[in-house]
Design a protein around this ligand. Structure first.
Ligand code: HEC
Ligand code: HEC
Length: 173
């Protein structure tokens, strides 16, 4: 019995020591690729912010050249969506959708896909999810967003696209 109690004390001591030892990595994400993508996105966002300095609060369509989705929203809010929502959710940097020397350009097909995905999300939310009878009468309707499917992947529909980079992992640019 005594042995058991001693063993239990020893175990508790070890467990609490492990729990109290601060983790050496605190700010870095678990995925090193995500860290370099984040640095890239921050660099481009800073570039655009400097270019629009003083006009951050103006409606996006007055500051940028090719705004169709985000009319009426402050210019700086668009950059927040680009950096913290779309890029992060897809696990990409800005150059995945943009020619970074001409932000208004539509030459990358992902630029068009992103606009069409916004329309698709609207349809799913308004025409499909909200009409499920059990939800139709609820005041707070369930909604999906880009992250519902993408979760850090640009190609959520394909098998074997785990972030670990197995066969079929998406190319990143
Ligand atoms: C998933 C694709 C995608 C990613 C990733 C993305 N963008 Fe965009 N971006 C778009 C689309 C689509 C628009 C057009 C929005 C609209 O029609 O209102 C846009 C618009 C812009 C504009 C306005 C350009 C103009 O002159 O009209 C800027 C500036 C911009 N993005 C910067 C960025 C930056 C900086 C990043 C990275 C941090 C980024 N974007 C990441 C798709 C993307
Ligand atoms: C219902 C699930 C779903 C939602 C929600 C969704 N997507 Fe997608 N998206 C997909 C699928 C599936 C593909 C096709 C992936 C492939 O090529 O295998 C895709 C592809 C894309 C691509 C092209 C990726 C590439 O590299 O070719 C872009 C860009 C994109 N989505 C942006 C968005 C954005 C922005 C949102 C939110 C406004 C969004 N998606 C919401 C399922 C979704």
């Amino acid at each position: 019995m005594k042995k058991w109690i001693t063993a239990l004390f020893a175990l508790t001591a070890i467990v609490s020591l492990v729990a109290l030892t601060p983790s050496p990595v605190s700010t870095k994400s678990a995925d090193p690729r995500e860290d370099s993508l984040a640095a890239d996105r921050a660099k481009y966002t800073k570039m655009v912010k400097e270019a629009i300095a003083g006009k951050e609060k103006l409606p996006a369509e007055q500051v940028f050249k090719n705004i169709k989705l985000f009319k009426g929203q402050p210019a700086e809010a668009i950059l927040g969506i680009m950096e913290n929502r779309w890029s992060k959710t897809l696990g990409v940097s800005c150059s995945h959708c943009h020619n970074v020397n001409d932000w208004a350009s539509e030459e990358k097909h992902d630029h068009a896909i992103a606009r069409d995905m916004v329309a698709m999300v609207g349809k799913i939310n308004d025409d499909l999810l909200a009409t499920i009878p059990a939800y139709a009468t609820k005041e707070r309707k369930p909604r999906i967003g880009c992250s519902t499917c993408h979760r850090g992947e640009s190609h959520p529909g394909r098998p074997n696209t785990a972030r670990a980079g197995g066969p079929g992992a998406p190319a990143r640019n």
